[in-house]
Design a protein around this ligand. Sequence first.
Ligand code: MG
Length: 236
Amino acid sequence: MKKYADLFIDFDDTIYDTRGNAELALAELYEARQWGRYFDRPEDFTVPYWKTNAELWEAYSLGKIPRDYLIVERFRRPLSLGHGLHPDKAYCLEVSDEFLGLCNLKSALVPGARELLDYFSAKGYPMHICSNGFHETQQRKAEVSGTAHYFKSMILSEDAGHNKPSEAFYRYALRMTGAKPETTLMIGDNLLTDMSGARAVGIDTLYFNRWHTDDREEVTYRVDRLTDIITLFEQD
Ligand SMILES: [Mg+2]
């Protein structure tokens, strides 16, 4: 494998188990809010929630919708499916705050994440988080999950003024970290935001195919498990 001087690493669902932690938080929220009064089964809420959430995050990444719209709509749409539940904006904002509060207490990492971070750390690689996540939650999640100390910097789209996958985001990240595109590797689980954006500015890409998608996207490296990255780095 080529030698890299800097590592750009996506945080959500690459290091921090955002999906697993959010599923736990959603189940707690469902209980606390007694949404069983409005839905026959929890899945009648959670399945539309995840579908809506994915669509909204993609639109947000592409700059088509603002953050405030995302945090309201991802609850308003699935909750509107409940019998007799008419969620207005204020209710959704309250629910969103409660949900983010619950999420921020969760600490599970993606399997193999700590092993990988320990490996990179022992090898002396400067690691930089590159994330579209919200300012107030990312630092907190990194601290709660005991991963903050691994990272030299945290590059967030809210500070960059541009989201991944825009080239402007990656140029900002290069400028802030002093990294060079030709000696930087971007590691992430999202083909659009992590892979195509980094590739556009000449950064090599390592796709963590966490969701086992059958894609044909062009990436520099591809792994199914985080620990496979260690094997890659150990190869000459
Ligand atoms: Mg991700």
